[in-house]
Design a protein around this ligand. Structure first.
Ligand code: 26V
Length: 806
């Protein structure tokens, strides 16, 4: 990349005058940042030509995802290229502080949470393994809202991340694709062959913006994240309307088109069932497949071989239209027959499900769907017709099975059903989740297509969340076991050899302390709250959702506070409870939970009696960048979802990797974390998934029983509405009612006792410093299997059928 500091400086100075046309002294921090990015991007572009001679590169993977939370790239890429020091020192010679440049970068909020971040981790691991794997998504002008806390409430501010431009992206105008909406389909029979002509449609131009994806020490395999932006076909105004004096019509057409890539839906589901959301889904699917087919055909390969050379991965149901869209291209544009097109399509497609929450399962009203995508609707109808016919033939007499599994019913199109029927692989994201898919959610399909179902436990990019985000810990690990873990996370196992090494354990504690100081410093700067880095940092950061049970954590804190009121000696040690996460703007309950966290924080933090014991903070605007600061600073990782509801969780893995000890339910990947670290190095409590599912099916849970049998719990619940929060009035009644009037859908009260008992046990362990450091070390040592490198290796071999990579 750069042989030494001097050659870097030379290249940088030349670039700054080229890009900005100015001299260094006149440039702003933004100019300096942008110059550095452009310099690196050009270098990467020149390496791109040198594709490695690796079997993995022979098949292309396209990862279709509505969301990619890639985080900031500059620092991470400097680490990956191994030039952070050269660049830091070179810039310093020029009077520039690298950290100031790093702060200029936007963190593109192109996702809601775990699903979007997982997609980004996967892009990294594909690049790492030398797989030719590319992301395909939307270049939203506005990402997920920026969260500001005002008077304890979440408020949303538009995330204008592109306001200064985004120097990592490169528009590729010549690779634009036209996407067609609405209109009619004219059907003709030409010499016995049905032909379909889509007419009177509304064309939209999809313009790709490419972002280079580069992993650690692998500059010869640079992949691409292609994000599509919607633009009017002609960038001119609608001149006819303009000339007629219809000014509004003239601009509205333009904005109607641009609306498609204007903003990411902030619900982590598509419950809203809005036309614009469906437009977004078809937009990036049609654009992505259009460009894949175009480049495939350039290579003169036979369409029949498409699945051998191309794998299309569908990340949750949002890109499921890939299935009918590929059928449309193969039949209408390439003239293939239905059966051949279907074979090619199914064999190219694979699908990952990320949730069992029924509200999050996408369904579209037929009228809306047919109006917007008339030809695609015809194809979905035909897929459904043939599937029903097949099911009826294979399972004669089981009419109900046919009804339960059809794609179109009750006036709606089920995207999950289409996904399972049209893909060759269906996977869940943790062992327990996949079992629930097979035995509950997709039970009927598992009977029909058992061979399609498989598990791929999630993983995280350990180089971003440990190597780059926690440099002190990385240094310490490398000192102890060498650098091999960076490329093979399973080598973290070697850390077990220093498990009884006192001096190593002390160093580990010191690193944690410094990371806690770093976080405390940031909290003081940004929110004016002082945290004690010597206290236990107990952290729950994730989307705010009823099923993730931030409320259970809050009730625990209230109970500890109540104990302290009764007996100042009742609480061992000093605790800092840290929360962060966004609520969907329309999710009233979740927003009330945020207000409750802040109200409790205000009450406890101003109580002199609680001062050295309890502190509560809510950190504003959780995103990838803030996560990178928080994970290294946590002692305890809260993973307390209602068992069966959290498909996997990935925050749990990021915390573990950074030496936090988990308190959690046996849900999602927590189950596998427990298998890896053993009961002695984790705190498990609460109902098991089976018990929850049985209650849901058979009934029998009465939250009032819990309420009346536990006076301590009753007090905490009553405090939501009895004036304990002086300023609250009826504000928290919705939470109170959810627990008692609506029978506590997420079993918060049921798990309360066992959570508290377990927390007390944890507290006692934390008091034994050496014991705790050992637990922390085992967690790091066993985190290797949760690297996304392992996950992608499994996807590549078992789903995409890519030979083991070099
Ligand atoms: C959305 C909604 C919206 C309505 C209320 C309930 C609910 C529950 C879940 C969702 C999330 C939909 C998809 C998603 O983001 N799933 C997450 O995917 C992660 C990566 O696989 C996984 O670690 C998380 O457990 C899973 O929630």
């Amino acid at each position: 990349m750069f042989a030494d500091k001097e050659s870097f400086k030379q290249a940088y100075l030349t670039k700054i005058s080229e890009t900005e046309g100015i001299i260094l002294e006149e440039s702003s921090p933004w100019d300096k940042y942008k110059t550095l990015v452009i310099l690196l991007k050009e270098k990467m572009g020149s390496y791109r030509a040198l594709t490695r001679n690796c079997p993995a590169r022979s098949k292309e993977v396209y990862y279709f995802s509505m969301e990619f939370l890639i985080g900031k790239l500059l620092h991470y890429y400097l680490v990956n290229m191994g030039i952070e020091e050269i660049v830091r020192e070179g810039l310093q010679d020029l009077g520039i502080n690298l950290d100031e440049l790093l702060r200029q970068e936007a963190d593109p909020g192109l996702g809601n949470g775990g699903l979007g971040r997982l997609a980004a981790c996967f892009l990294d691991s594909m690049a790492f393994w030398g797989i030719s794997g590319h992301g395909n998504g939307i270049r939203f002008k506005y990402g997920l809202f920026e969260q500001k806390i005002r008077n304890g409430f979440q408020t949303e501010v538009a995330d204008n991340w592109l306001k200064n431009g985004y120097p990592w992206e490169t528009p590729k105008l010549d690779k634009s694709v036209v996407v067609k909406f609405k209109g009619n389909v004219r059907v003709e029979n030409a010499e016995g062959k049905w032909m379909f002509y889509h007419e009177d449609f509304e064309p939209v131009l999809a313009v790709p913006y490419d972002v280079p994806i580069m992993s650690y020490d692998n500059s010869v395999n640079i992949n691409n994240l292609r994000l599509w932006s919607a633009e009017p076909l002609s960038n001119e105004l609608d001149l006819d309307s303009f000339n007629r004096g219809d000014f509004e019509q003239a601009v509205s057409l333009k904005s109607e088109v641009e609306a498609i890539s204007y903003i990411l839906y902030p619900d982590d589901s598509s419950r809203s069932g809005r036309e614009l959301r469906l437009k977004q889904e078809y937009f990036f699917v049609a654009a992505g497949l259009g460009s894949i087919i175009r480049s495939y055909k350039k290579r003169n390969r036979a369409l029949a071989d498409f699945p051998r050379w191309v794998a299309v991965h569908i990340n949750d149901t949002h890109p499921v239209l890939c299935i009918p869209e590929l059928m449309r291209i193969l039949i209408d544009e390439e003239g293939l027959g239905w059966d051949q097109a279907w074979n090619i399509t199914v064999n190219s497609m694979s699908f990952t499900n990320h949730t069992i929450m029924p509200e999050a399962m996408e369904k579209w009203p037929i009228d809306l769907f047919r109006g917007l995508l008339p030809r695609i609707y015809m194809i979905v109808e035909e897929i459904d017709r043939r599937f029903k016919e097949r099911t009826a033939r294979i399972y004669p007499g089981d009419g109900d099975l046919v009804r339960r599994t059809q794609i179109i019913k009750d006036g709606q199109i089920s995207m999950a059903n289409l996904a399972v029927i049209g893909s060759s692989s269906v996977n869940g994201v943790a062992a327990l989740h996949t079992e629930i898919l097979k035995n509950e959610v997709f039970k009927d399909y598992y009977r029909i297509f058992g061979y399609k179902f498989n598990n791929k436990t999630n993983g995280v990019n350990h180089r971003r969340f440990l190597l780059a985000a926690n440099s002190d810990l990385s240094g310490l690990i490398t000192e102890a076991i060498g650098p091999g873990w960076k490329k093979n996370a399973e080598e973290l196992h070697k850390l077990l050899s220093v498990r009884d090494d006192r001096s190593f354990l002390e160093k580990l504690a010191r690193v944690k302390y410094l990371n806690k100081c770093r976080l405390a410093e940031r909290v003081r700067e940004t929110q004016g709250i002082v945290l004690d880095p010597l206290s236990l940092f107990d952290v729950q950061v994730k989307r705010i959702h009823a099923y993730k049970r931030q409320l259970l954590n809050l009730l625990k804190i209230m109970e500890l506070y109540n104990r302290l009121q009764r007996d100042p000696g009742a609480v061992e040690g000093s605790h800092t409870f840290i929360f962060a996460g966004k609520a969907a703007p329309g999710y009233h309950y979740a927003k009330t939970v945020i207000k409750l966290i802040n109200t409790l924080a205000a009450k406890i933090n101003k109580d002199a009696g609680a001062k050295d014991k309890l502190k509560v903070v809510f950190l504003e605007n959780f995103n990838v960048t803030l996560g990178e600061l928080i994970y290294p600073a946590a002692d305890v990782s809260e993973q307390i979802s209602t068992a069966s509801k959290e498909a996997s969780g990935t925050g749990n893995m990021k915390f573990m990797l950074n030496g936090a000890v988990t308190i959690g339910t046996l849900d999602g990947a927590n189950v596998e974390i427990q298998e890896a670290v053993g009961d002695e190095n984790m705190f498990i409590f609460g109902l098991r998934a089976r018990e929850v599912l049985d209650y849901i099916r058979r009934g029998g849970y009465k939250s009032l029983d819990q309420y009346y049998t536990s006076p301590d719990l009753k007090l905490c619940v009553d405090q939501l509405v009895n004036g304990f929060f002086e300023t609250a009035g009826e504000e928290f009644r919705v939470i109170f009612d959810s627990l008692l009037l609506y029978n506590d859908e997420f079993f918060v009260l049921k798990d309360f006792d066992s959570y508290l008992e377990t927390y007390q046990r944890l507290q006692a362990c934390y008091a034994d410093k050496e014991q705790w450091q050992k637990m922390s070390l085992v967690n790091i040592a066993e985190a290797g299997i949760f690297s996304s490198d392992r996950t992608i290796q499994e996807y590549a071999e078992q789903i995409w059928k890519i030979p083991r990579v070099c």
